[in-house]
Ligand binder design. Structure first.
Ligand code: PLP
Length: 395
């Protein structure tokens, strides 16, 4: 079955005698037991809830995994995977990571006696060296395309290197979602999501997910989800299930518009560089297309001028200034000041994250309107005021 069919065809209510076509929200904390010693499938919603189970089964199916676990945020999902590691073990991470993940690893995970080693994952020789040199490497965590620089990491080859070294490979697949990329099919042990982004698609909830084919990891994650109590609540599970049904329709349309915008920006004399893996000139375009079926809705670009970038962010009318991405409405941000501000300035510099970098998440608006909005601002003279209305609805 193709993914677009899977997205809308699944058992919405297993075992329900009324056969509802939309999953019921089992808004309950407890489930009655048949006797003091008789436990049913569910007893307490922290441990398991039927609405969350439908969501988790659907997530596993979409990512080609055996089991999935839904969490109250992407960070809760990442933190749970990190909690599988023990004192004295090592985690290797890509040098171009989501800011919150960097903060989790450097400020919390490292304090638990876990060594966090950063490496440029595009340099496979270096990855192999580090995997050989470091002791007790338990996990390698990566994103591809990376956010916001959209660098492409070779999933097949990294997964081969991890297997050889006896380390697990975890891929944060938030950028593309299973609609465009399924790392478990390419050898990863575990996929992590911030479902807050494209999976939900409407910027109306925060959620996260871990999907895996590794039985031992599955057991550990299931144990932690119950023990730590960070599983996704029934209402949010339902809302996410609802959003995911249109994932394919949204992403097809969003990436079509994103490519138009990327090409427009590339051709504009005031834009110095455009990062979008769908562009033929993008470093890693070929590799990307060999492991993903689409390019997503995020575009980053440089103007070479911090003030101009800020003006684009503040003066465009159809792009809401907001962190996050993947929603139905376009957003715009300066990653260094917003989503990636939790990375110290000197580290950002090391990672070549420029201050003028601007990031656009393309929504479902008409592409011609979006280009006209950018074009208007790029023609403005610098002295025009930087007063962005808080609500840009009044276009
Ligand atoms: C947003 C994001 C996260 C964190 O997820 P939350 O839902 O905000 O907790 C992790 N990884 C990536 C790549 C993200 O974009």
């Amino acid at each position: 079955m193709e993914l677009s069919t899977k997205l809308v065809h699944f058992d919405a209510a297993p075992g329900d005698p009324y056969r509802p076509t939309s999953t019921p929200i089992y808004q309950t904390a407890t489930f009655e037991q048949s006797s003091a010693l008789g436990f049913g499938q569910y007893d307490y919603s922290r441990s398991g809830n039927p609405t969350r189970t439908v969501l988790e089964d659907q997530l596993a199916r979409l990512e080609s995994g055996q089991r999935a676990f839904a969490f109250c945020s992407g960070m809760a999902a990442l933190s749970t995977v990190a909690n599988v590691l023990s004192h004295g073990e090592t985690v290797i991470v890509g040098s171009d990571l989501y800011g919150g993940t960097y903060r989790l690893l450097s400020k919390i995970v490292a304090r638990r006696g876990i060594k966090v080693v950063t490496v440029d994952l595009c340099d496979l020789e270096e990855v192999e060296k580090v995997l050989t040199r470091e002791t007790r490497v338990r996990l390698l965590l990566l994103e591809t395309p990376t956010n916001p620089l959209q660098r492409i990491v070779d999933l097949r080859r990294i997964s081969g290197l991890c297997r050889k070294a006896g380390a697990m490979l975890a891929v944060d697949n938030t950028m593309l979602s299973p609609y465009f990329q399924r790392p478990l099919e390419l050898g990863a042990d575990c996929v992590i999501h911030s479902a807050t982004k494209s999976l939900s698609g409407h910027a109306d909830l925060t959620a996260g997910a871990v999907i895996t084919n590794n039985d031992k990891l599955s057991e550990a994650i299931a144990f932690l989800q119950n023990a730590e109590g960070n599983g996704l609540a029934p209402f949010e599970s339902w809302l996410l299930l609802r959003g995911m049904k249109t994932l394919g329709a949204r992403l097809e349309r969003q990436q079509k518009t994103a490519l138009r915008l990327a090409r427009y920006l590339l051709g504009h004399p005031k834009i110095k560089a455009v990062y979008y893996p769908g562009l033929k000139g993008h470093t890693g375009h070929g590799l990307h297309r060999s492991q993903a079926t689409g390019d997503g809705c995020l575009i980053s670009f440089e103007t070479g001028d911090r003030a101009l970038s800020q003006r684009i962010v503040e003066e465009t009318r159809l792009f809401t200034i907001a962190v996050s991405f993947g929603s139905i409405a376009s957003t715009i941000s300066l990653p260094c000041k917003m989503s990636h501000a939790s990375i110290p300035a000197e580290t950002r510099l090391e990672r070549a994250l420029p201050e003028d970098l601007t990031r656009i998440s393309v929504g479902l608006e008409d592409g011609t309107d979006l280009i006209a909005d950018l074009d208007r601002v790029l023609h403005l003279r610098p002295q025009s005021s930087g007063s962005k209305r808080m609500s840009k609805i009044t276009v």
